[in-house]
Write a protein that binds this ligand. Structure first.
Ligand code: 3EB
Length: 331
């Protein structure tokens, strides 16, 4: 007797983000580990496993490794200089482009490769993108490297993205030169919903004073699958389109947290089961401009949000007056 074939159970994509202080090889032994990130000088700089990525940004103290877990066994590899890993409808990818000083060209090359990769992939929807580049605020006026980066990114993508296609993103400067533009992402079989912050002008509508090409990112992205966390873009003390609280680190930190709160509020209109506030299901990466201020920011967050796991990094925000930026996830 034959029983009729059963249709496979529908498994909604799920991603768990955890910060672990375990040795890298022990973490890589888990078949459901989708990606793992090490930060700063104490983390391994390379590993044969394509799921490992080193980010050179120095960390406050001995930073844990950031781990992304899927619910199924992960397949991974390297193709055309792109490290990738996939499971359960999600795909991690990473590439690096040599940056000889022309960041516009490096960004255009990187994003053209990313676009081709996504176009030929069964995970074509970028949910979340990270950009780490050298000397982000070097240069003046429209020659500033972050502005050139925005021009190159748009050129590499090759077409204007519709608001409903925008990923959540981070763009942060390396405090010490690395000679490369580092680009990594999470993409999905299903598109998510980009979210905007009612306290902030949409970044893609920033006025001309911030450069010839407004940055193409959404303030957050809500993945289609309910077990996925809300993905929060790099968030600073920007209200409207203006930077607030120049030179006041603690006030900038509070404003950035107010922006994150607002995004959680917007996300909860669509997914009321998300926790109301940042808490034990949230993960934060905090980028601090001045090395001297890392311990202070770490202490402020310990006092303000003791239950939220965090990684505090030395990194330059893309406007000189901004002292701190926060990205992360919330579930
Ligand atoms: C801001 O609010 C801060 O260019 O991809 C944050 C997140 C920022 C992403 C990007 C820039 C980007 O404008 C800067």
């Amino acid at each position: 007797m034959f029983s009729p074939p059963e249709s496979p159970p529908f498994l909604a994509a799920a991603l768990r983000v955890q910060y672990h202080a375990a040795p890298l090889d022990a973490l890589l032994a888990d078949a459901r580990l989708l990606a793992v990130f090490g930060f700063g000088a104490t983390a391994p700089t390379t590993h044969a496993d394509p799921r490992y990525l080193h980010v050179a940004l120095p960390a406050q103290g001995h930073a844990p490794l950031e781990c992304w877990y899927a619910e199924q066994a992960v397949r991974s590899g390297r193709e055309d200089g792109i490290a990738w890993a996939e499971a359960g409808g999600l795909r991690f990818g990473a590439l690096e482009i040599a940056d000889d000083g022309d960041i516009e060209r490096a960004a255009a090359d990187g994003y053209a490769r990313l676009q081709r990769w996504l176009a030929h992939s069964d995970h074509p929807h970028p949910l979340r993108i990270w950009n780490y580049l050298d000397a982000i605020t070097a240069g003046d006026g429209d020659g500033e490297r972050y502005r050139r980066f925005c021009v190159g990114r748009a050129r590499g993508i090759g077409r204007a993205l519709a608001p409903e296609e925008l990923p959540a993103a981070t763009a942060i400067g390396q405090p010490e030169p690395t000679g490369r533009f580092q680009l990594y992402w999470l993409s999905s079989v299903r598109p998510g919903t980009p979210l905007e912050n009612p306290r902030q002008v949409q970044a893609w509508r920033y006025p001309r004073q911030y450069g010839p090409q407004p940055p193409g990112f959404a303030r957050a992205l809500l993945p289609a699958s309910t077990p996925m966390p809300l993905l929060l873009s790099g968030t600073a003390a920007v209200v409207g389109h203006a930077s607030r609280h120049a030179a006041l680190l603690d006030a900038q930190l509070e404003e950035a947290l107010a922006n994150l709160d607002a995004l959680i509020g917007i996300a909860r209109l669509r997914r009321p089961q998300l926790p109301t506030r940042l808490g034990e299901g949230s993960r934060l990466k905090v980028y601090v401009r001045d090395a001297d201020a890392l311990a202070q920011v770490d202490a402020l967050l310990q006092a303000r949000l003791p239950q939220v796991p965090r990684i505090v990094l030395h990194g330059h925000v893309c406007r000189r007056e901004l002292l701190v930026e926060i990205d992360g996830s919330h579930a």
